[in-house]
Design a protein around this ligand. Structure first.
Ligand code: TRP
Length: 456
């Protein structure tokens, strides 16, 4: 391939900043505000958080650099990028399977992501109607239980969110949300800080901090380590080609290392802030940290019900959460859309409609697992938990493992050094991380969970 043809047929980001914003928009989403607090609650706090942070630093950032680098070099959908790069490096064509793994993972994740984003969307209207004013923990809890026990209204919100996602995807990632994200991400950040001040006023702030950061490793099981690692992939949008496809629209002169670090830091800050808001509310109201996927919907409304201007702040918060979810959901389906356009000559519009309809349908399974299918299990999990486990904890780390192996071992160091274009020390450090640290860490966590080796 010559340098000239190396721009994507789908277009290019207008600037380095657009890429950083789009990738941050992809990373910051329900994973930070909805998922991080509830899995931290379920896995006992502190030690889990430390493992998650270590995974972000030692596995997430190097793999993010690898993904962006592969995408920028391949300039196509992840499936075709992997095929092209494998050919270029003289490696088996089967490497394109990595792209397929990602397409399937993205499809499965989006199916349940849209259901939860639908919850957030419906909470915009609940908050705006003043329903939470003066609410107690019990009141908020029964509003939530009533909501998730009704498949009809959940279906409506899931549908609206999915249509919104497909509209943006159909228009092309660049022309849609990117402009909005410039304002929305910083607003979300500021609102979280406002909520941290509320959390400080509950009198339980220190207890919340202690839960988040006090490290008691005796509580840590191999299973929670797997979940922490899986979440590092999930929250950074890694392991399925989302960041790769965003990288494929990246201009040549951007520093991949700096951009990746900025994205990871912003993403982590948002998650930690969310935890600092939620847990003080949990303890102040005698709630259960391990309440599960409903956690933010059972805690935050109490805060909005008690604080000054709670209707306004609550409404705004859920609006911003929906936008954060929206800018994430588009990246889950972009690799598949790009592939359909490249290989089947579909327009972006048809590709989006077809994929959106399939994903929407799949989402119904997750939706029902909160009510009429709640007793139907697969490997001891309901359908939603099963999909979440399979994707976040198995498929993403597996995808990440192969991305690291390809970038670290299959690609000539000449190619990766040129593409990353960073100083020698930084490059060598990255190479050590993708060659050894990240793959070994992923494999150890996998093996430890399956009980093949036992580190205790
Ligand atoms: N990172 C997003 C979040 O935290 C979700 C997401 C978007 C994602 N794209 C992804 C997760 C790709 C895994 C892979 O909400």
């Amino acid at each position: 391939m010559s340098e000239e043809i190396r721009t994507s047929i789908h277009g290019q980001w207008s600037s380095r900043m657009t890429f950083i914003l789009a990738a941050t928009g992809s990373a910051v989403g329900l994973g930070n505000i909805w998922k991080f607090p509830y899995i931290t609650g379920e896995n006992g706090g502190g030690a889990f958080v430390i493992v998650y942070l270590l995974c972000i630093a030692a596995i997430g950032i190097p793999i993010m650099m690898a993904e962006v680098m592969l995408g920028r070099r391949g300039r196509q959908s992840p499936i075709n990028t992997m095929a092209a790069l494998a050919a270029e490096e003289g490696r088996p064509a089967a490497w394109s399977l990595l792209g397929w793994l990602g397409v399937v993972a993205g499809f499965l994740i989006l199916s349940y992501y849209s259901v939860i984003a639908g919850w957030a969307l419906s909470y915009v209207f609940r908050a705006a109607s003043g329903m939470f004013e003066g609410a107690t923990a019990d009141g908020v809890n029964s509003i939530f239980s009533e909501f998730i026990s009704s498949p009809e209204s959940m279906l409506a919100w899931h549908t609206i969110f999915m249509v919104g996602t497909m509209i943006v995807v159909a228009r092309g990632v660049k022309n849609g949300l990117e402009r909005a994200v410039v304002y929305l991400m910083p607003s979300l950040f500021i609102l979280l800080i406002v909520l941290v001040f509320y959390a400080m006023s509950t009198g339980y702030f220190l207890e919340g901090l202690r839960f988040l950061f006090y490290t008691d490793f005796s509580k840590l099981t191999p299973h929670s380590v797997l979940i922490a690692m899986g979440h590092a992939f999930f929250t950074l949008s890694l392991g399925m080609g989302a960041i790769m496809v965003y990288g494929s629209y990246l201009p040549k002169d951007t520093s991949i290392a700096k951009a990746s670090i900025m994205i990871a830091v912003a993403d982590t800050l948002v998650a930690l802030l969310a935890g600092m808001v939620i847990f003080p509310i949990v303890f102040a109201n005698n709630l259960e940290p391990a309440a599960g996927p409903g956690l933010i919907f059972q805690t935050l409304p109490i805060a909005f019900g008690q604080m000054e201007a709670g209707v306004l702040i609550g409404t705004l918060f859920f609006v911003l959460l929906v936008f954060a979810a929206w800018s994430s959901s588009i990246s889950l389906i972009e690799p598949a859309v790009a592939w359909l356009v490249e290989n089947h000559g579909l327009s972006r519009v048809s590709a989006s409609v077809i994929l959106g309809a399939l994903t929407w349908f799949m989402g119904i399974g997750s939706m029902l697992s909160f009510n009429i299918w709640s007793d139907k299990t697969l490997f001891g999990m309901n359908f939603f938990n099963f999909l979440d486990f399979l994707t976040a904890n198995i498929m993403l780390p597996l995808g990440g493992l192969f991305i690291a192996i390809f970038a670290g071992w299959m690609m000539k160091t000449d190619s990766s050094r040129k593409e990353l274009n960073t100083h020698k020390k930084g490059y060598n450090f990255w190479l050590m991380l993708v060659r050894i640290v990240a793959p070994v860490a992923v494999m150890v966590v996998f093996l430890n969970v399956t009980g093949v080796i036992n580190l205790d």
